[in-house]
Design a protein around this ligand. Structure first.
Ligand SMILES: Nc1ncnc2c1ncn2[C@@H]1O[C@H](COP(=O)(O)OP(=O)(O)OP(=O)(O)O)[C@@H](O)[C@H]1O
Ligand SMILES: [Zn+2]
Length: 839
């Protein structure tokens, strides 16, 4: 049984076999449990087990190691139960988790927690409910008496926890009983913290079995119905949809009742035929991935430029693991991805296609779906846990050799990746900020590729400076595409001077004359407009005109954003809400005004300026629902919207024929962010949003509203001069010791007491200074937002020499020092948040 490479047989002591178990909790090590003799033959690395943790808790863990070394500090408890007969997690994944915990300074249990959908992590809090499909009189499975006890109980109670089931049966763990009930489709498991599972259920109709078994019965039926036209028609329709003469087995699954009714029969006809036993009606839980509409695949031929790029990528792959595809907006990178994916799938390997955010998935998923159909699993952040489990199982079973997903899809149980594509690799949403592991999915994907010996393709019109640097250093292959697909031209840029318009009285509701004229022209031609402003809400803050008082959040060091919808002020950091004050709380004046422009106000302004236009807004507030995005984008695509106003969500990946004008309301705001990356980000954001304009025949226009039209960065963007801009910025980064020339680690020290936080941070800096490696330590300094959710925050920035071993050694010492500090009574309750390669 122990062919597994991770099995360690080095030491054989008395006391039998032990398993080191990874538990989903933030503790430094794996916990060791004793393996009962009867489990020994079955146990494998990567299987899920249930174990006792602490006094009362039961948790699901993963077997990480099997050995014969009893733990020194405590007596090993026995495992409670094996949940899997085959491993849920493969050895490559355990290696990947281990790497991630070491690289990003966190615990492997935290990685496990992020990696496994909660549906796979049963705990004493997990619950079961009756499967809505279950009919005690119809089930084909016999139930054993203990199973019956649980089922009886569920007749009167909506739900039972694992613990309750155990008590009911007087068992330490009732898992095997529950497992069997799940297998018999009698119960469903759900996680208490998540909403209860509401399976997707379809009413279906099938012909009664007797007509399938005997042809004569069916002929008899036709005779019987020869005088009942409506019923006969329905029967014929059914036979058209389900060709039982050729394939009798198809009858079992029947057809969706809705579909059958759509062919024109009335519900009462169906009802009558069910009543007389011709048809059977039944319910079926259906997979969320069944029945996805797949259109006819569109055959796409690569252009010469695309073909050359594809050949160049393949040539680089001969020598290098990673290639950066730097292709301008609209150059047609997606079609190249598709061709590469096809080749890798044909060779029998798996492919992972990473996207930064769901906003992007809608259009690309549709495009990929047309080519790859049911081979493709989709994994995004708005999916419910059950859908995640379904994708997980689909990867495990081989149903989905291709997965398109957001950053957490790097954790799926791939075992033979051949290619990983990271689209829009510069995107900041690849970085997870909270909670740990604070990983960057692009960087993690490169490690994942290395573990699988898979190729990694990074794609972007505006590569991150890190990737471009690596490409110029020859670490990655570099392929560049400088022209748009077809005859499409890059858009024309207009730098529209806000101050000069203001002087001339041409500024109306914060729009310059040029922006208004361009929008009007687009509307006249039935073209579409995208307006970008990276602030949601109505106004970024509220202000007393007399004394300058600004309402702030009670729990955070930030001003409250005014949202017109709901007429309230909200904190974007903690969710705190308050009504708009009628009077100033400082001086009592009633002259309260809203200042600045969020997307809500821009939408309102535009509707006053262009009353005939159909305007919609796309930001976090309008896309909360699962299909919020999709609906908005569909509407926009169908031409039901003339102007789309939005936050960074509108800047990425969108590919619509009719967009000819893009307006950037306040470009300067993007530039003046106190961060060494502000320039890089501004270049990326503005280039990306501009890239949505004029992607077909007609050349688009981009209007950048600014107070400083002479700022050289705008010139670089307009000229599309990425390389020069990069070289300039990199000069500064080198001089001032910023990544990629050094490795950065940010440590945030948080506590509800300002003093303790500051003292703890100072103390840590002293300890870190004594670590003997080449480094610069900055801080502690009060964070830019000094308090969030009632915790004061001090930050320490460490800049490390990148040479071999230095960062690894430093991180190890850092974690040790933090652990030691937390041993001190004063500092015990401090939260230390370590962020490696901070965003
Ligand atoms: N070989 C081809 N045949 C037909 N149409 C193509 C081909 N290649 C690209 N296109 C079309 O050109 C447009 C731009 O391509 P695509 O969206 O792949 O660009 P991109 O490089 O991903 O741009 P961005 O970085 O802006 O997202 C799309 O509408 C796409 O359908
Ligand atoms: Zn707050």
């Amino acid at each position: 049984m122990f062919e597994n490479t991770l099995f360690d047989n080095s030491e054989s002591a008395q006391g039998g076999h032990f398993a080191d178990v990874i538990l989903p909790v933030p503790i430094p090590k794996m916990f060791t449990y004793k393996i009962q003799k009867e489990l020994l033959a079955e146990i494998q690395i990567g299987q899920r087990v249930m174990v006792h943790f602490g006094k009362r808790k039961v948790l699901t863990g993963i077997i990480g190691r099997v050995h014969q070394k009893p733990p020194k500090e405590y007596e090993a408890k026995p495992l409670l139960e094996l949940l899997d007969s085959n491993p849920t997690v493969n050895p490559l994944q355990i290696k990947f988790w281990t790497w991630m915990s070491e690289y990003y300074c966190c615990h492997i249990g935290e990685v496990m927690n992020a990696a496994l959908p909660s549906g796979l992590k049963l705990s004493s809090e997990s619950k079961i409910q009756l499967n809505p499909n279950f009919d005690p009189y119809e089930t084909k499975y016999p139930m054993d008496p203990r199973e019956q006890v649980i089922l009886d109980q569920l007749e009167t109670k909506d739900e039972l926890s694992y613990e309750e089931c155990g008590k009911l049966l007087q068992l330490k763990s009732a898992h095997h009983i529950i497992k069997s009930l799940v297998a018999k489709e009698a119960v469903l498991i759900f996680d208490q913290v998540k909403e209860k599972f509401s399976p997707k259920i379809e009413n279906r109709i099938r012909l009664h079995g007797k007509f399938i078994e005997e042809k004569a019965a069916l002929e008899g039926l036709f005779e019987l119905l020869s005088k009942k036209a409506k019923q006969e028609e329905l029967l014929l329709r059914y036979l058209q949809m389900v060709p039982i003469y050729q394939k009798p087995e198809l009858n079992e699954a029947g057809v969706d009742k809705k579909l059958l009714l759509e062919t024109g029969s009335s519900p009462s006809t169906v009802k009558t035929m069910v009543k007389y036993g011709v048809f059977e009606e039944f319910k079926k839980v259906i997979s969320r991935f069944d029945g996805l509409q797949v259109d006819e695949p569109k055959l796409v031929e690569l252009s010469d430029a695309q073909d050359q790029s594809m050949q160049a990528i393949k040539a680089h792959f001969e020598e290098k693991q990673t290639v950066l595809l730097h292709g301008i907006t609209g150059s047609g990178k997606t079609e190249i991805y598709i061709k590469l994916i096809e080749e890798v799938l044909d060779s029998g390997s798996q492919v992972l296609f990473l996207l930064p955010e769901i906003a992007l998935t809608t259009q690309i998923v549709n495009r990929l779906q047309k080519v790859f159909g049911s081979k493709m699993g989709v994994f995004h952040s708005k999916y419910s846990d059950n859908e995640r489990v379904e994708v997980w199982q689909g990867v495990l079973s081989g149903r989905f050799p291709l997965v398109v997903g957001v950053r957490s899809s790097i954790f799926l149980p791939f075992d033979s990746l051949g290619l990983i594509i990271v689209d829009e690799e510069h995107e900041t949403s690849y970085k997870q900020f909270d909670p740990a592991p604070r990983f960057h999915a692009r960087d993690a994907a490169i490690m994942l590729g290395y573990l699988h010996q898979a190729k990694v393709l990074l794609g972007s019109a505006t590569p991150s400076f890190e990737s471009y640097y690596n490409a110029r250093q020859q670490k990655y292959g570099l392929v560049e595409m400088a022209h748009r697909y077809g005859n499409a031209q890059l858009p024309d840029f207009v730098l529209s001077d806000i101050l000069s318009d203001k002087k001339k009285n041409l500024l109306k509701l914060d729009t310059t004359r040029q922006l208004r004229e361009k929008i009007q022209a687009a509307l006249n031609n039935q073209e579409q407009v995208i307006i970008f402003q990276n602030r949601r809400g109505y106004a970024p803050f509220v202000n007393c005109e007399e004394c300058g008082w600004i309402p702030e959040c009670e729990h955070c060091d930030v001003s409250l954003t005014y949202h017109q919808f709901g007429e309230e002020m909200r904190c974007h950091y903690c969710g705190f809400k308050e009504k708009l004050p009628k009077k100033c709380e400082a001086c009592g004046s009633v002259s309260i005004t809203t200042v600045g422009q969020g997307t809500e106000r821009i939408e309102e302004n535009l509707s006053m300026l262009f009353p005939e236009a159909r305007i919609a807004r796309m930001d976090m507030d309008t896309t909360r629902s699962k299909y919020g995005f999709q609906k908005l984008l569909e509407n926009f695509g169908q031409g039901n919207i003339d102007i789309l106003v939005g936050t960074q969500m509108v800047t990425k990946g969108l590919d619509f024929d009719k967009v000819t004008v893009v307006g950037i309301v306040d470009a300067d705001r993007i530039l003046y962010f106190p961060d060494y990356r502000a320039g890089e980000r501004a270049f990326q954001q503005i280039t990306q949003v501009a890239g949505r304009a004029g992607r077909r025949e007609k050349t688009g226009s981009v209007i950048i509203q600014t107070r400083q039209p002479d700022n050289p960065i705008y010139q670089s963007i307009i000229k599309g001069d990425y390389r020069n801009f990069y070289l300039q910025e990199m000069g500064e980064r080198k001089n001032f010791f910023y990544p990629p020339f050094i490795k950065a680690i940010k440590i945030s020290v948080k506590h509800k007491d300002h003093n303790i936080a500051e003292r703890g941070a100072k103390h840590l800096v002293n300890l870190l200074n004594s670590i003997e490696v080449k480094k610069i330590i900055l801080g502690p300094e009060k964070a830019l937002i000094g308090k969030i959710k009632n915790l004061y925050i001090f930050e320490i920035l460490v800049k490390l020499d990148k040479s071999h071993q230095v960062p690894a050694y430093f991180k190890q010492e850092l974690m040790r020092q933090i652990e030691e500090l937390q041993g001190d009574k004063t500092f015990r309750s401090i939260r230390f948040v370590v962020d490696v390669d901070p965003g």
